[in-house]
Design a protein around this ligand. Structure first.
Ligand SMILES: Cc1cc2nc3c(=O)[nH]c(=O)nc-3n(C[C@H](O)[C@H](O)[C@H](O)COP(=O)(O)O)c2cc1C
Length: 194
């Protein structure tokens, strides 16, 4: 039997009733056969301090291991002041260091996000895509999943109730799995010297 492909899901909010954490939980239920979505919670990642980047805190060591073990990454970002939240950027920075030991290098990645406003985190997502350039990650271009007016799409328990949004997330995950497989073939060919 083939080993399922592992996607590591990260939500950029620590809020208990976060729409983005809720969207990530929904994505877990919508992951296609042959893949599994694990969640890494950013609770416990301290503020980045470059004095410590060669000997990072235990939670950061664990974070980097989980990223490295994953075949693909799914980031679910809120939008804060037209950009990504500090909590998310902070975690990305930790896992990118020390210089030359980034856990993100060469990872396929997809992005989605939920906002209470009408733009559905689009501005934050494009900022995040800029960060992927230096990290040498491989972002999936489409589909884009921008969940606007989030308070109308989840119930009070944090369940995603909007069928169109579920369908968008399902399609994103199918595309991410195909994208990760595409990169895996490339990595294997490179390792074999093809
Ligand atoms: C500091 C801060 C800045 C925000 N800036 C934006 C913004 O630029 N665009 C937007 O659509 N929503 C903005 N919001 C509202 C968020 O969309 C809303 O709080 C959302 O629920 C945050 O995601 P979460 O539910 O996953 O915590 C902001 C919220 C906070 C706390």
């Amino acid at each position: 039997m083939n080993t399922p492909l592992t996607i590591l899901g990260i939500a950029g909010s620590l809020r208990q009733a976060s729409f983005n954490r809720a969207a990530l939980r929904a994505a877990q239920q919508l992951t296609p056969d042959g893949a599994r979505l694990e969640i890494f919670d950013l609770v416990g990642i301290p503020p980045f301090n470059q004095d410590e980047d060669a000997h990072p805190p235990e939670r950061v060591v664990e974070f980097k291991q989980r990223i490295r073990a994953a075949d693909a990454i799914l980031i679910v970002t809120p939008e804060y002041n037209y950009s990504i939240p500090g909590v998310l950027k902070n975690a990305i920075d930790w896992a990118s260091r020390p210089y030359g030991d980034s856990a993100w290098d060469g990872k396929p990645v997809a992005v989605m996000g939920a906002s209470i406003g009408p733009m559905g985190t689009s501005r934050a997502q494009y900022h995040l895509r800029q960060v992927f350039v230096f990290l040498n990650m491989y972002p999936l271009n489409r589909p884009e999943v921008m969940i606007s007016n989030a308070s109308q799409r989840f119930d009070e328990k944090g369940n995603l109730t909007d069928e169109d949004t579920k369908e968008h997330i399902r399609k994103l995950l199918v595309a991410l799995v195909a994208w990760a497989k595409h990169h895996e073939v490339g990595r294997q060919a490179a390792a074999a010297g093809a």
